[in-house]
Design a protein around this ligand. Structure first.
Ligand SMILES: NC(=O)C1=CN([C@@H]2O[C@H](COP(=O)(O)OP(=O)(O)OC[C@H]3O[C@@H](n4cnc5c(N)ncnc54)[C@H](OP(=O)(O)O)[C@@H]3O)[C@@H](O)[C@H]2O)[C@@H](O)CC1
Ligand SMILES: Nc1ncnc2c1ncn2[C@@H]1O[C@H](COP(=O)(O)OP(=O)(O)O)[C@@H](O)[C@H]1O
Ligand SMILES: [K+]
Length: 499
């Protein structure tokens, strides 16, 4: 499913109208009706409903929604919150159809009148502003939004919660706090940002009849279960352990043995053929009982710098520490151009001095930072990253020729050519030490088994998160879930996808 900016959404509508001949009024009818039937899941027949209608096309959707609900026999009060002169174009056409259907609307004159009406409502449908919002809300919207947010009714938004910007990069806003948002055609960037995501509440996307083949491809997609089903490599009946990748994991130290142990076990649970671990010899006794299938490699001259040849993929950084020996290891990895490389945790700190050289690697380089680590790598502040994760990820990945997995509740995976995928599986049970180590193991394993790196990374992120989601449905709560539980839960997720 495509993820769009406001501009890209207007472009999709324009293509539908100009290239496919879909009339704007028809699109609005489609949108309004699709949203109505979606919202009905949250409305009961005995509910008193208020529909708030704003000045633009989002308000036009509101007239369609109010008409459809009234035609279906629901108890609806339609409030136009701007003067008649503000309702123009397709929205005005739908206002006329609404009136021709014999339905009355109320015009906002004072906020007291509206407040009385809101006081009697069970459900409030916000069709005030959508992707056309610019800057902070002006009156009367700002006051209405404040009134609505204080009420105890169910708040449902059309396309976007009014006031929420569609695009990343906007910091200064005030918005309707929806319990549920019915998104028209495609999720906007703000669905995935830390600051704007909470305003949407739960959400889903309704289809409005745009012609898929004609729509521009912005190469920014939400990666879902259907994509995983379509692209997850099948295990060939005639395969042997060498067919599924021989991986090397460099990490762990005397005081941090657990991280590399989890990465190795997660890689094996995700299908890697062979896993070798290069770690501090003192850490081996605590790692080996946890991953009996792994082997251990000794560095050159008995030291900690391993031989890097002979692997299908290498992961470095988990629990590695930041000593000068490790700088040498990372430097050699950067110069070892032919093996796919994944860098996480301490590895990300150590690789900063070699960023300019990554472009020269022939095999894929994957960096998996959380926002704090990305701030260190990029020199940006965490706030800047959280405000504009799409553009900063893209710029960084293109500049350094790397795959970037920017982790968080919405994880953004960016390729060196700027293509982006977003994963939203997972839950706050993953917000714990070790979750990232498990993800690294899964990603290493996926990269060794599939040819397409973007698919491998997107599938790995999805499987990691959806395992956590499955686990909190029955066996665990978000509070007690451990990273090691996710490793053991992978079997269940893989069975779901291979059945
Ligand atoms: N064919 C299509 O395009 C389809 C579009 N569809 C629907 O249309 C929506 C987009 O419609 P849109 O472009 O009319 O924008 P929308 O969000 O309704 O608002 C525009 C109004 O907001 C006002 N305004 C702006 N900022 C403001 C502020 N800070 N504070 C106060 N007011 C502010 C602005 O005022 P102005 O700046 O012009 O004075 C203008 O009057 C989209 O989200 C979807 O729901 C569907 O029907 C499918 C087909
Ligand atoms: N609130 C959350 N919702 C969904 N996924 C989350 C959440 N918090 C963390 N995660 C996921 O958990 C992992 C945490 O990785 P990371 O920050 O590197 O953790 P650590 O370094 O502690 O192992 C990432 O895959 C991230 O996407
Ligand atoms: K809205």
């Amino acid at each position: 499913m495509d993820i769009v900016t406001a501009q890209e959404m207007y472009e999709r509508d324009r293509v539908a109208m100009e290239a496919a001949g879909l009339d704007g009024k028809l699109l609005m009818e489609n949108a309004g009706r699709a949203v109505t039937y979606d919202l009905l899941r949250h409305i009961q027949k005995e509910h008193a409903i208020v529909v708030l209608i704003g000045a633009g096309n989002n308000g036009g959707d509101g007239f369609v929604i109010a008409r459809t609900l009234l035609n279906l026999g629901y108890d609806v009060e339609a409030w136009q919150v701007v003067p008649d002169t503000k309702i123009t174009g397709d929205a005005e056409a739908h206002k006329k159809i609404f009136q021709a259907s014999g339905h009355p609307y109320r015009l906002l004159k004072s906020s007291e009148d509206l407040n009385t009406s809101l006081g009697c409502a069970d459900v409030c449908i916000d069709a005030m502003l959508g992707i056309g919002v610019k800057g902070r809300l002006k009156e009367p919207y700002a006051e209405i939004v404040r009134l609505c947010n204080e009420k105890s009714f169910v708040r449902l938004s059309v396309d976007l919660p009014s006031g929420v910007p569609a695009d990343e990069g906007e910091e200064d806003f005030e918005a309707f706090q929806a319990h549920y948002t019915s998104i028209i055609d495609a999720p906007k960037q703000s669905v995935f940002l830390q600051s704007t995501r909470p305003y949407y509440g739960e959400w889903s996307v309704v289809e409005i009849g745009l012609p898929p083949q004609l729509l521009p491809d912005h190469r920014r997609r939400l990666w879902g279960a259907a994509d995983v089903k379509r692209t997850l490599p099948e295990r060939d009946a005639h395969s042997h352990k060498g067919s599924h990748g021989k991986g090397l994991i460099i990490g762990g130290s005397r005081l941090m043995p657990g991280s590399v142990a989890m990465t190795a076990r997660a890689a094996l649970r995700s299908g890697a053929g062979l896993i070798a671990v290069s770690t501090d010899p003192e850490a081996i006794p605590s790692i080996s009982p946890y991953v009996q299938e792994a082997t251990f490699v000794e560095g050159k001259d008995g030291g900690q710098v391993p031989v890097l040849e002979g692997y299908d993929g290498i992961a470095v950084g988990m629990g590695l520490g930041r000593t000068s020996v490790m700088v040498t290891v990372v430097e050699q990895l950067v110069h070892e151009k032919e093996t796919p490389l994944l860098v996480d945790a301490d590895g990300l700190y150590l690789i900063k001095g070699f960023l300019q050289e990554l472009e020269k690697r022939e095999a894929p380089t994957v960096l998996t930072p959380h926002p704090g680590e990305f701030a260190h790598l990029s020199g940006l502040s965490i706030k800047e990253i959280l405000n504009s994760p799409f553009s900063h990820s893209k710029e960084f990945a293109e500049k350094h020729g790397v795959y970037l997995v920017l982790k968080g509740p919405s994880t953004i995976i960016t390729g060196p050519d700027g293509e982006q995928r977003v994963n939203i599986s997972g839950n706050a049970g993953l917000a714990k030490g070790g979750s990232g180590d498990v993800l690294s193991g899964i990603l290493l394993s996926m990269m060794m088994q599939g040819e397409d790196v973007m698919n491998a990374l997107s599938n790995g992120c999805f499987l990691h998160g959806s395992t956590a989601d499955l686990l909190v449905q029955d066996e665990h709560a978000k509070i007690d879930l451990l990273a090691s539980d996710v490793i053991e839960g992978l079997s269940r997720t893989f069975r779901t996808f291979s059945s």
